[in-house]
Ligand binder design. Structure first.
Ligand code: FES
Length: 207
């Protein structure tokens, strides 16, 4: 009695180029799989709040540093005070022989605030500041007086007040003869009539 043939062995022994080839080629015919869309980055919890915090801290620090730098600059600037270049208080006003008797010289009014006046043989330097509230009077040649435009005070040629609200005469400055023979006016020294100072030898020059 002969043994029956095993069907499993027959299938396994079949040639590779027939049924086995068809079975292996089937998967390669399918299209490539489309990759899934990228997921959006997941924000860490609290990231927005940290960003907000850091931004405002940066602004606050920048402002603080800028104000500290400004304060430091101000302190340094304070250590170097302004130096005012004031004009010298003395000036020369020509030789006495250049002044006519009775003359009021206005040449130094604008620049120095001084009238040079010759009365007889005496020359003196009058301040151009009104003794009421500090305006600058005008010399009126025809009326032979100084007249203040602010409130109407009037002064004689010698500086004595005679009308208006001015409470006292104009002031005089120190005047002398310099080494070169010119008149030298020193505005750092004043003489007031009401204090009896006009009689000082430095309050006038004799020609
Ligand atoms: S300021 Fe000269 S009269 Fe008042």
């Amino acid at each position: 009695m002969s043994e029956p043939t095993k069907p499993a062995e027959t299938t396994a022994a079949s040639p590779a180029g027939t049924a086995g080839t068809a079975t292996a080629a089937a998967p390669s015919a399918t299209p490539p799989a489309v990759p899934p869309p990228a997921k959006p980055p997941v924000k860490k919890p609290g990231a927005d709040r940290r960003f907000f915090l850091f931004t405002w801290m940066g602004i606050a620090w920048t402002t603080f540093c800028a104000s500290m730098a400004a304060m430091a600059l101000g302190t340094v600037r304070f250590m170097f005070p302004n130096v005012l270049a004031e004009p010298p208080s003395s000036f020369k006003a020509g030789v006495p022989g250049g002044y006519e008797p009775g003359q009021v010289v206005e040449r130094y009014k604008q620049e120095q605030g001084v009238w040079l006046v010759r009365e007889g043989n005496t020359i003196f330097a009058l301040s151009t500041i009104c003794t009421h509230l500090g305006c600058t009077p005008n010399w009126l040649e025809n009326e032979q007086k100084f007249k203040c435009p602010c409130h109407g005070s009037g002064f004689y040629k010698n500086g004595i007040n005679f009308e208006g609200p001015a409470p006292r005469p104009l002031e005089r400055f120190k005047i002398s003869i310099a080494d070169d023979g010119q008149l030298l006016v020193d505005k750092s020294k004043k003489f007031q009539h009401e204090l009896g100072e006009w009689g000082s030898p430095d309050a006038s020059v004799q020609v």
